[in-house]
Write a protein that binds this ligand. Structure first.
Ligand SMILES: [Zn+2]
Length: 254
């Protein structure tokens, strides 16, 4: 297992050893930050710091997993960008298009480590044995996290090599490839007509079962024709299609 990150070290130092104990407001308080909830018009969350104290304000009308992620995200700013104030819009939090050194992504990464720490996530994900949305739902019920945040974690730390791809009506918005998946597997811009992901994108269903499909439906490479992948797609609150791909053939992974 990888070495604990700063957020994971903080949890360990607080003696937290189960998902249900991750109380972000208490953790924030401990770090000198008071959390308030209010109706915010121009942003999803913000942090104003002065000296060793800060006030984090989070949009109260958002769903609980979102609010928890926002608190953890602001704590990421508190850890790494102390001395600056941040006003984080919906687009800033959990935006997969920003580069890894962007302050918003740094804060997101801290939030993922705080809410889904590897020392708790990896053993639970290993028990599910497969990277599916059913497994993700089981895990996020324990951790109180969103489906997308949990699915991203599944790609990074789950029981099998996987890829997560988000498509909007026009084309692919973003994707995340697990460390075990070679770079040559770069997903197509558009969803293939053969893929059941199309039904989800068109709103005909909310979720597809995990199904085998020719890898060429997802990858525009000549050698893709020889392989099959498992695909499973769910409809996001935004209407976008979120697909998990896992690999049937080990040859794709070498
Ligand atoms: Zn932010």
């Amino acid at each position: 297992m990888r070495a604990p990150t700063p957020a994971e070290k903080l949890l360990l130092s607080l003696g937290i050893d189960s998902a249900k104990e991750i109380d972000v407001e208490a953790i924030a308080w401990d770090a000198g930050a008071e959390v308030r909830f209010a109706e915010l018009d121009s942003c999803e969350a913000r942090i104003i710091g002065y000296g060793n104290r800060a006030i984090i304000t989070v949009e109260e009308r958002s769903i609980l997993p979102r609010k928890r992620f926002s608190v953890a995200h602001e704590l990421g700013h508190w850890k790494y960008h102390r001395g600056r104030s941040f006003v984080c819009r919906k687009d800033d939090i959990g935006n997969q298009l920003k580069g890894p050194t962007d302050p918003e992504r740094v804060a997101d990464s801290y939030a993922a480590d705080l809410l889904l720490p590897s020392f708790l996530f990896v053993p639970m994900a290993a028990k599910t044995r497969k990277a599916t949305f059913e497994a993700i739902d089981e895990i996020r019920a324990e951790f109180g996290t969103s489906r997308t945040a949990t699915a991203l974690r599944m790609v990074d730390l789950g029981p099998e090599p996987a890829m997560l791809i988000c498509h909007g009506a026009q084309k692919r918005r973003w994707f995340r490839r697990g460390d075990d998946v070679p770079d040559r597997w770069f997903p197509r811009d558009e969803i293939d007509a053969e893929s059941a992901a199309m039904d989800v994108l068109h709103g005909h269903c909310e979720r597809t079962p995990r199904t085998l499909i020719g890898a060429d439906a997802w990858f525009d490479r000549r050698d893709a024709e020889q392989y099959e992948v498992f695909e499973q797609t769910v409809r996001m609150a935004t209407g976008d299609a979120l697909t998990l791909l896992t690999f049937k053939s080990l040859a794709m992974l070498t």
